[in-house]
Design a protein. Sequence first.
Length: 261
Amino acid sequence: MLTELAVDGGRIHAERTGPPGADAVLLLHAGVADRRVWELVVGPLAAAGYDVVRYDMRGYGRSAPATEPHSLVADALAVLDAAGVDAAHFVGLSQGAATGVDTALAHPGRVRSLTLVAPGLSGYEWPRLPGFAARMAAAEADDTHGLALETARLWAPLSFGAGKGECDAAAKIILDQAEQFMRDELEIEEPSAIDRLGEIGAPTLVILGDSDVEPITDIGRMLAAGIPGARSETLAGADHMLPMRVPAELTALLLAHLRAA
C-alpha cells in the first residue's frame, strides 16, 4: 500500500492493490481526471492476480500542486521505483496514454505493454475543440467552476442531456479538478512521439469510445497505424471517460491484452 511519495519538488499520492510481486499494472489518469477514474477497473485487475498501482498526478486528487517544472515520465518512473517495480504494463487514459508512449520511447525496458485508452500523443497538433469560446470566457473571468463545467461538457458529454445534470460520477471527477485547470502549467513538454512510433516494441492496444471528440479518434488511428503490431478497438456508449462509462467491456479487453502480452 503506497501513500505519499516524495518526488523532485513535491509529493505524489499513490495507491497499490493486489498481490505485490505479481505482474504490475500502472494506471495513469487523464489530464481532466484523477486516480478515481480507474475505480471500477482496479478490483477486477487485482482479482485477476495483478499488482495494480495508480496515482494522482501533481495538482490532481490528493497530490499537491507542482511547485517547479517536472516530467510526467519521471514521475511515473518514480512511482514504480517506490513500488519496487522494474517494469509494468502501462495503462493510460488520454494524457496518461501519452505518458505511456513517451515512457516506452525513453525507457523501453520499463514498459511491458501499452494499453492506450482515448489517447493523447506528444507532438500532436490539436485543432480548436468545441466549446473553446465558453472555456476561454470562464478562464478570463476567473470563473473556476464555470471553466470546469465547460471542460466536463467537452470530455464527458454523456453526463449531460435530458434528465441529466452536471454531477454524475464522471462529470464530478472533472469538476473536482477545477483548481488545477486554473493553474499555470509546469509540466516539461516531452519530445514529439509522432515520428518515432515505429520504435515502440511493447505490445500495444488502443481503445476508443464512439462518442469521444474526433481528434482523439485521429490520434488512435495514428497510434494503431504507427506502432508495430498495434491493434485498435472502439467501444459503443462511451465518451472520453471510458473507464467509468464501459468498465466491464474495457476491463475485458484489457485483461485479454495483458494475458497475451
